[in-house]
Write a protein that binds this ligand. Sequence first.
Ligand SMILES: C[S@@+](CC[C@H](N)C(=O)[O-])C[C@H]1O[C@@H](n2cnc3c(N)ncnc32)[C@H](O)[C@@H]1O
Length: 251
Amino acid sequence: MTKSKQQGRLYIVGVGPGDPELMTYKAVRVLERAPVWLAPKAREKGNSSALRIASGLIDIRGKEILEVRFPMKKVRLGHEQEDPEVLEGWQQAADTVLSRIDIGKNVAFPTLGDPSLYSTAFYLLSTLQKQRALFEVTIIPGVTAITACSAQINSPVGLGDDIISIVPAAFDDERLRHVISTLDAAVLMKVNRNLAKVIEILDELGLTDKAVLVERCGLEDQRVYTDIRKALGRKLHYFSTLFIRKRGWRM
Ligand SMILES: C[S@@+](CC[C@H](N)C(=O)[O-])C[C@H]1O[C@@H](n2cnc3c(N)ncnc32)[C@H](O)[C@@H]1O
């Protein structure tokens, strides 16, 4: 289908990691104007984190809010086609977007943190682009959990000649050990279920005291663990990010 003047537009909007006041002015403006929001959530009966953050600052009365389920599964790049449930989630979301933009409505897709980091938004976008060669989108960047957490612990993520790596620690992965042992600094996202293994590696490398963990940054129940062993055995929230800086996370 060729692009007609009546077609709406998709806006992928980073809403920051939790504190609604960390949304950018542009994000707020775009979300306020969009009549339809497509909000991603991980579980059928759960809530959308991105929706909760955005609606903390924006009045959603009168908007069409469509919560779509994106199954929260580990997706290895290049293996996406192997899981029908995942593909179905993306396809349903894409169909919902098309059904609204084809009648001229703009659709906003609020997403946690910044869209460029591990956001389902790009799976949605690539599904849409496979269906419509001319599909156009506007992406609004957001404050990422990395920078928000770093502000909470008064620490740089990297400084001077530090080389930094960002790691999705949910994967049981040899690369994790390699990254931690070779780089100056690392940020481990999705670390909540793998903390014991991470601590094992850090202990082996003598780096456990160089790590700090931030759970639910910017939210009322935020916790910062400067001794990460204290987090062991606790059921950590998915919003947990671990920082390792070999030169020390304190200046
Ligand atoms: C799917 S990734 C999304 C990252 C997001 N796009 C960003 O820019 O921050 C989810 C991971 O982000 C981190 N995260 C998101 N919100 C957080 C918060 N409020 N506090 C700590 N970590 C958070 C956690 O590591 C979580 O497992």
